[in-house]
Ligand binder design. Structure first.
Ligand code: TYC
Length: 101
C-alpha cells in the first residue's frame, strides 16, 4: 500500500452579503384624512404621534415620503397591511416599496 499525497486544486471562498433593504414609501392623495394617515403610521410602523405627523406632512407637501427601511419581505408585508387599512375605510391611501441603492 502506498501513501498518496494530493494537493487541493480548487480554493473555496465564501462571500456573504447583507440582504438589500427596501424602503416603504407613503404616497400622497387628495382624499385620505390627515389624521387617518397618522393613525396608520403609528399602528403599522410603531411611530410616535410627532414622527407620524412629520412623515404624513412631508408626503402631503412633496408627494411622497420614505417611512422606513426593512428587509424585502417585511417592507412588502407592512406596505400591504397599511394600504389595506386605508382600503377598509374606502380611502385610496397607498404605501409602496422599492429597493435601496
Ligand atoms: N393630502 C391628504 C389631505 O389633504 C392627506 C394625506 C397626506 C394623504 C399624506 C395621504 O400620504 C398621504 N387630506
Amino acid at each position: 500500500m502506498s501513501d498518496t499525497v494530493t494537493t487541493p486544486k480548487t480554493k473555496v471562498t465564501t462571500k456573504v452579503e447583507r440582504p438589500r433593504l427596501h424602503k416603504v414609501l407613503l404616497v400622497n392623495d387628495d382624499y385620505t384624512p390627515r389624521e387617518f394617515v397618522v393613525t396608520v403610521l403609528k399602528a403599522e410602523f410603531r411611530m410616535t404621534e410627532d414622527q407620524a405627523y412629520k412623515v404624513m406632512l412631508t408626503a402631503h407637501q412633496r408627494g411622497v415620503c420614505v417611512v422606513a427601511v426593512f428587509t424585502k419581505d417585511v417592507a412588502e408585508t407592512k406596505a400591504t397591511r397599511a394600504t389595506d387599512a386605508g382600503r377598509a375605510k374606502g380611502y385610496p391611501l397607498l404605501f409602496t416599496t422599492e429597493p435601496e441603492e
